[in-house]
Design a protein around this ligand. Structure first.
Ligand code: TYC
Length: 100
C-alpha cells in the first residue's frame, strides 16, 4: 500500500516538472563551406542571414557553437535534418545535442 502511494506521488511530482531542454550544437571542421553552414542555419534553425553568419563565424573561431535550445524531440529532429543535409552534400559537418 505504501509502495503504491509512493509510486503515485513520484509520478505526480514528475508531471509537475518542466520537461528538460536540449542544446543543439554545430561543430567546426576544415571542409564544410561557410555558405553551406549559413544556409543550414537559416533553413533548419529559422535564423536571418545576419544571425546565421554571426553564429557560423562563432563556430569557425571557437570550434563549436549553440544553434538553439529545444524540447528533446525537436532537438533530435534538427540534428537529423542537419546530418541529412550534410551527407547529401558530402560535407563532414557534425551536429550534436546536449542537455541544458
Ligand atoms: N571552418 C569552415 C571553413 O573555414 C567553416 C565552418 C564553420 C565549418 C562552421 C563548420 O560548423 C562549421 N570553411
Amino acid at each position: 500500500m505504501h509502495q503504491v502511494k509512493r509510486t503515485v506521488l513520484k509520478e505526480s511530482y514528475k508531471e509537475l516538472q518542466e520537461p528538460s531542454k536540449y542544446k543543439v550544437l554545430l561543430l567546426n571542421d576544415d571542409y564544410t563551406t561557410m555558405d553551406f553552414v549559413v544556409m543550414v542555419l537559416m533553413v533548419v534553425f529559422h535564423l536571418s542571414l545576419e544571425e546565421a553568419q554571426e553564429i557560423m563565424l562563432n563556430i569557425h573561431r571557437n570550434g563549436k557553437g549553440l544553434c538553439g535550445i529545444y524540447a528533446f524531440e525537436v532537438a533530435e529532429t534538427k540534428v537529423a535534418q542537419v546530418s541529412a543535409m550534410a551527407e547529401q552534400h558530402k560535407f563532414p559537418l557534425k551536429c550534436s545535442l546536449e542537455e541544458e
